[in-house]
Ligand binder design. Structure first.
Ligand SMILES: Nc1ncnc2c1ncn2[C@@H]1O[C@H](COP(=O)(O)OP(=O)(O)OP(=O)(O)O)[C@@H](O)[C@H]1O
Ligand SMILES: [Mg+2]
Length: 586
């Protein structure tokens, strides 16, 4: 897998931030596995003693005691090693989580709008947790699995070099068959990943799009797409499994068949008188488990892929571009907003082109234009959801990059097209506008925002839980709650992005009344979809294809022939149609 090396390097570096604990854990694990050879040696000594003409019982008891002590030490050391690595893992994971949390604080708000928050949550929870397994468990176990064969091999050569050679003869065979399990994986792994992605996409599309699928009776065709993807994935996995499993089975057999060689060769040496019986038994005993640690290493290797993927998610999150905070935050002289030759692109595609305008304090500036022209984008650049690619945005003569984000946020109240409500009571949802606001203040804000009446009609009034898991509110109702929040915040700059869907004239009226309470003596930027609401504003800016096409007041823009005039005429026609054509909403 691509980037595995880099991932492992970063993981090692991460472990080294707790180097003392990790080194102690590694040394303890190594000692534990080195000591595990002692009981075997003691069995050998007992056998030697037993084959003597006059075996000494107290000697035998001594050997047995030494073996027992060695086993206790081995277990204790390994337990200590794991406990140490757990403590290291705890510290490392804690530091990593703090690092991620701090990173999230510095990310531009746009990151959260763009990115699927489920994925970020998964990174913080699951991917970090996966590392716990690696640091706390795998490190001591793998160190052990590597130490044991080395120590055993040295010991065996020390005992009888010919038999040692026979014991290790199986290792190259194991490696050859193990490497065969990877045959063709450079082609198979990308194919596997492609099929997996195809299947996952089909599943997501199927579940997310269920409403559309049902509404348009697409059940059969989209179900077929999903089942085909699952089938294709399943077949490939089975074929791949069959192809590699035959080699893997050989590996498994080889790992436990060290004695197959040791037995005949040892027997030959024994019969020809060059190998003592006790030595023969020792090799048989050790030969049984000699290659077992390799299994552990192989299991670990197959897990690495998953581990590296998790690590890469964390790395990607930590490498996201942070918002740069000014060293010294400057104070604006007033709250006039200026855009000076602003360019912006979300990714590669240029969205805003040389946008320049001024929205004066105590005035209402309306942004209008076709859907997708870039109005919301302009609005989101002011609270630094993203930073402009080129040009400058100023508030009261100060570039917004030179105002601390906390201060900048405190200056601006935002009401967006798609209002987000938290899974808390409506009262607390409004209270987000001003921490510690009293109930009276909240109710006053709700009354001004024209939402008091409908809130009172809800089953639990202000205590009703809103948001995803709570009461479902209409788009217009949600926007009024957001306006109440903004009224409570009482910030000097108001950015209001009118909901495109709130077409009901009654609701529209209420929102207008609410807005008029919100905007007094402030810098107001309103993105209007209903042109009737902006005929009296101080300035209208028409955005088309990310550029300012026209600007001025309503009468001026009407007088000039251009897009605004056309939009107005269409708007008037649609209104007339509403009234004369039966008026669904009157
Ligand atoms: N988070 C994003 N990532 C990438 N592209 C985006 C993102 N948000 C908007 N866009 C694109 O930028 C362009 C301008 O979008 P924007 O939301 O500013 O339009 P708008 O004028 O507010 O439209 P509407 O009237 O429908 O609300 C569109 O082409 C849109 O697809
Ligand atoms: Mg918009």
């Amino acid at each position: 897998m691509a980037g595995m090396g880099a991932s492992m390097k970063r993981l090692t570096k991460l472990c080294l931030t707790e180097s003392n604990k990790m080194i102690v854990a590694i040394i303890l694990a190594m000692l534990s596995f080195t000591i595990s050879i002692v009981p075997y040696y003691m069995v050998y000594k007992v056998l030697v003693e037993l084959t003597k003409v006059n075996p000494q019982l107290d000697q035998i008891i001594n050997y047995a005691l030494i073996a027992m002590v060695a086993i206790i030490i081995k277990i204790t050391f390994f337990a200590a090693a794991t406990s140490m690595s757990h403590r290291a893992a705890f510290e490392i994971l804690y530091k990593l989580r703090v690092q991620i949390a701090e990173k999230l604080l510095t990310l531009p708000l746009g990151y959260f709008a763009k990115k699927d928050l489920g994925a970020t949550k998964k990174t913080i929870n699951e991917d970090v947790e996966k590392l716990e397994l690696y640091i706390a468990h795998n490190v001591p176990e793998i160190i052990g699995a590597l130490t044991l064969p080395i120590v055993t091999t040295i010991f065996l050569f020390f005992m009888d070099w010919r038999m040692a050679l026979v014991t290790i003869a199986i290792i190259p065979l194991i490696f050859i068959f193990y490497s065969l399990t990877f045959k063709g994986s450079n082609i198979l792994i990308p194919k596997y990943q492609r099929l997996l992605l195809k299947m996952n996409t089909a599943i997501i599309e199927y579940t997310n799009g269920m409403q559309v699928i049902k509404a348009f009776a697409l059940t059969a065709s989209s179900y077929k797409k999903l089942s085909d993807a699952c089938l294709e994935y399943g077949r490939f996995e089975a074929d791949w499994g069959r192809a590699t499993f035959k080699y893997f089975n050989v590996v498994t057999v080889l790992i436990s068949s060290g004695v197959v060689l040791i037995f005949p060769v040892g027997m030959f040496f024994y019969l020809t008188g060059t190998l003592a019986l006790e030595m023969f038994i020792l090799f048989l005993l050790i030969g049984l488990g000699y290659s077992q640690p390799l299994m552990k290493i192989m299991q670990f290797m197959s897990m690495l892929d998953l581990l590296a993927k998790g690590e890469q998610e964390i790395h990607q999150l930590l490498s996201e571009k942070s918002l740069v905070e000014p060293e010294i935050s400057q104070n604006p002289v007033d709250y006039t907003i200026e855009f000076i030759n602003v360019d912006f692109a979300y990714e590669k595609q240029q969205i805003l082109n040389q946008v320049s305008f001024t929205a004066k304090q105590n005035e209402i500036t309306a942004l209008v234009g076709p859907s997708g022209a870039g109005k919301t984008t302009v609005a989101k650049l002011i609270p630094r959801f993203w930073d402009a690619g080129a040009g400058e945005i100023k508030i009261g003569g100060v570039n917004i990059k030179n105002i601390a984000t906390v201060k900048l946020m405190a200056m601006i109240s935002l009401v967006f097209q798609d209002v987000f409500l938290f899974n808390v009571s409506i009262k607390d949802n409004i209270r987000f506008g001003k921490a510690g606001a009293s109930d009276e203040e909240i109710i006053a804000a709700a009354q001004a925002a024209q939402c008091h009446d409908f809130i009172m009609q809800l089953p639990n009034g202000y205590a009703t839980v809103a948001g995803q898991r709570g009461t479902k509110l209409s788009g217009g109702e949600k926007q009024r709650i957001a306006i109440a929040r903004a009224i409570l915040k009482d910030a000097p700059v108001i950015i209001f992005d009118e909901a495109t869907s709130a077409a009901d004239p009654k609701n529209e009226d209420k929102i207008q009344t609410a807005i008029s309470k919100l905007v007094k003596n402030k810098t107001v930027i309103v993105i209007a979809h209903n042109l009737s609401t902006i005929v009296d504003v101080n300035k209208i800016i028409l955005i088309e294809n990310g550029q300012i096409a026209q600007h001025g007041q309503h009468p001026e823009l009407l007088a000039a022939s251009g897009t605004y005039k056309n939009m107005w005429e269409t708007h008037v026609r649609s209104k007339e149609l509403n009234l004369t054509g039966g008026g669904v909403n009157v």
